[in-house]
Design a protein around this ligand. Structure first.
Ligand code: ADP
Ligand code: MG
Length: 707
């Protein structure tokens, strides 16, 4: 094993170091920075080392400004000559800077980022990476990545003259800080990075060793080495995901603790009779499958796919009631608190009428209420509970959880699914999603689940008309929104939130709210809802919107999934180009739910290119969510398929089962081979695997799964 190169970690030797060392005690971190790093999901050295760059700047060869080519991303260094800031009437704010070197000058432009101006002091040197284009005879680079060049020598060494990593950041953590920290930690810890793949896999696939790969992910000497490193890390992810899923599936199939729910579905039947509509054929067919699952000895492990508005919730509720009828508890887990409260409010009248005792469990409950719900869950007096992640925290222990539904699954990964099986419980599992799952993704992220599809829409679902709205048409759109709200209809005005610049986008929704309430929507019943509000405020605002006191809701993607306000008829999306098509389809699914025709307005900007227009046109012409997903996949490629806000697939940092199809197959084969030769994971390679998957599932489970 290679020796640690230098020793700056408070004098401890390589031997004492471990990848689970907490970051707070690393040189240059401390409590304040440690808190910041935790916002990036980094609390220990291992998490730090697997916080991979989102891209790289190749600073080995900088391009003179006169020679910057068009159409490809290029990096150059120059001095700020002049900088200014303006806001043409009714348009976006524009910051411009002239950047020059010995060979020439180029104009750099940023939209909507006025705060940048203060960094662009004339005389400062900066490194810029972006694509050159020509605009009204000017050579321009628009919205580039840039960094100010530091004075300090260390920084020059790490940030200049080489291939430089560019990391996802958070407030209070700069590129420069992270690069220096990463370099130091790599030096100090490379000696304790152990190989975690079976040696047969490493040899047969000719992969670099783990420690070598991790270094090359951060500071590659050339991009070929980095690509090999990337492939290795992908193999790790895909191999282990498939190994765990295979073990989970095997485990569930042999699980004798699972309660067979051999009940007549009488309670569910009464619930369905009370509904103001008939179930569709597709809903009935899925319910039959669920009935067969829960009464069989194998139990239910099912993934239910159905387009937005296809009526998954009632199916879920019927399934939950089957568990209650069988004398067990039932839970429904959803991704947001808004959604949990909403489902709970919709379901309680039915549950009360059926004599089912229910509760809602979300993180922001008052401590006393939370304790009461926890107690009711533990002693079994609560039969059915709707909640968020709060349901699977370790302080929640069900007396007898018979069945769990996970709604809008795309935010739940295998770790969460695995966490459901603990404390000697093994509930039936129904996972629901509106996003269609392509085969390779299903193979490697959902291989432990059977699949059903609801492929029919309720007849009452109104059509939604989708229109592109260029800037010139906006006033007319606002007039229309105002007019509709006077008729009692409601609108969502949606603004994107992007993780890395959450603050800035929050300002976008907030300042839009200000502007609209003074300008085009003055006097309208306007409300603001965003992710940073307290749960109580969010809930208050949702209630105001549901009962019509607020009729125009300025908001972010907190309303993306599942929210149901029947009198909402208009969804106006700002910056639609920042969303995936499937996500936009989800968003427009929020309207037209009350039988009245719905409208989706996509507000295009001044600078949208032809590709963006082509993409958005798909939504105008297509209402089938599955078709839209296919188109999205075709146009954007798999990398971004799951939406801009959520890069990648839960459980994967670098692998993308959609685009890494070959690797999915190869690693799947390795997993099968391994389990055939060593079903109990008892050889030295097997033990290595055990050690690794312990991070995801408990040792207890591994023992069960390999028994
Ligand atoms: P999703 O599948 O997107 O979760 P929901 O379950 O929220 O959809 O259902 C959307 C709306 O359609 C709800 O108001 C629900 O009550 C209604 N609905 C569900 N099934 C039917 C049906 N068979 N006929 C008419 N309306 C239905
Ligand atoms: Mg839903």
């Amino acid at each position: 094993m290679p020796q640690a190169a230098s020793s700056s970690n408070r004098g401890s030797s390589a031997k004492e170091r471990s990848l689970v060392d907490v970051c707070q005690y690393l040189k240059g971190v401390g409590p304040a920075k440690a808190t910041r790093l935790r916002n990036l999901g980094i609390s220990n050295v291992n998490e730090l080392l697997t916080h991979f760059p989102r891209k790289y700047f190749d600073r080995r060869n900088l391009t003179p400004i006169a020679e910057i080519p068009t159409g490809i991303e290029t990096t150059f260094v120059g001095q700020v000559l002049t900088s200014s800031n303006r806001r043409p009437r009714g348009r976006r704010n524009i910051v411009t800077a002239a950047i020059g070197d010995d060979t020439g000058v180029i104009q750099v432009v940023w939209f909507n980022q006025p705060y940048l101006l203060k960094h662009l002091k004339p005389g400062r040197e900066m490194i810029v990476s972006g694509e050159l284009r020509h605009f009204r005879g000017q050579r321009q680079v628009v919205n580039p990545d840039f960094e100010l060049v530091g004075e300090d020598l260390d920084e020059q060494l790490i940030s200049g003259g080489r291939i430089v990593p560019v990391y996802p950041l958070t407030q209070g953590v700069t590129q420069r800080y992270l690069r220096e920290l990463m370099m130091r930690v790599l030096n100090d810890y490379s000696g304790v990075i152990e190989e975690n793949l079976p040696s047969s896999v490493v040899t047969e696939l000719n992969l670099p060793e783990r420690s070598e790969a991790i270094r090359a992910m951060h500071f590659p000497d050339d991009m070929e080495l980095r690509d090999r490193a990337l492939m290795r890390i992908k193999v790790e992810e895909l191999f282990y995901m498939q190994l765990i899923l295979t073990l989970l599936r095997r485990n569930r199939a042999n699980d004798t603790r699972r309660r067979r729910l051999d009940v007549p579905f009488e309670l569910a039947g009464r619930f369905i009779d009370k509904l103001p509509f008939e179930l569709t054929g597709a809903q009935r067919a899925v319910l039959d499958q669920i009935k067969r699952d829960v009464s069989s000895s194998r139990g239910m492990n099912r993934l239910l796919q159905g387009d937005v508005g296809s009526g998954k919730t009632v199916v879920a509720c019927a399934a939950l009631l089957a568990a209650v009828e069988g004398g067990a508890q039932a839970a429904m887990m959803v991704p947001t608190e808004i959604l949990a409260l909403q489902h709970y409010k919709t379901l309680t009248p039915y549950l009360d009428a059926l004599g089912v005792r229910s509760a809602c469990l979300i993180g922001s409950l008052k401590p006393a209420d939370k304790r009461r719900v926890h107690a009711g869950i533990a002693d079994g007096s609560i039969q059915l509970v709707v909640g968020t992640h709060a349901l699977i925290q370790s302080d929640v222990s069900f007396k007898d959880l018979g069945l769990i539904v996970i709604d809008e699954q795309h935010r739940f990964g295998v770790r969460q699914r695995a966490a459901l099986v603990r404390d000697g419980q093994s509930p039936h599992l129904l996972v629901m999603t509106a996003t269609p799952i392509p085969r390779t993704l299903a193979l490697c992220a959902y291989a432990d689940l059977d699949l059903s599809v609801i492929d029919e829409m309720p007849a009452t679902r109104a059509a939604i008309t989708t229109r592109l709205v260029p800037p010139a048409k906006r006033p007319a759109m606002y007039d229309y929104i105002r007019q509709r709200q006077e008729e009692g209809e409601q609108s969502y005005l949606l603004y994107p939130v992007i993780e890395e610049t959450e603050k800035q986008d929050l300002e976008a929704a907030e300042s839009a709210y200000e502007e609209l309430s003074k300008g085009p929507l003055k006097g309208a019943r306007l409300g603001l809802l965003h992710g940073r509000m307290s749960m109580a405020d969010k809930d208050r605002m949702m209630t105001l919107f549901s009962n019509g006191d607020v009729r125009v809701l300025v908001t972010t993607t907190v309303v993306e999934v599942g929210v149901h306000v029947p009198s909402a008829t208009i969804m106006a999306v700002h910056h639609p180009e920042r969303f995936g098509l499937s996500q936009l389809h989800q968003l427009r699914g929020r309207v037209g739910r009350g039988g009245r025709e719905g409208y989706c307005f996509l507000l295009t900007g001044e600078n949208v290119g032809p590709e963006t227009m082509e993409r958005l046109e798909v939504l105008v012409n297509q209402s089938d969510g599955f078709r839209i997903a296919e188109e999205d996949l075709r146009i954007r490629g798999p990398g971004e398929f799951l939406g801009t806000r959520q890069h990648g697939v839960p459980g994967f940092k670098v692998a993308n089962p959609l685009s890494d199809q070959r690797l999915v197959e190869i690693t799947g084969q390795k997993v099968r081979q391994m389990l055939e030769e060593d079903p109990g994971l008892a050889t030295s390679d097997g033990k290595r695997c055990r050690r690794h998957i312990r991070a995801v599932v408990t040792e207890d489970m591994i023992t069960q799964m390999t028994a």
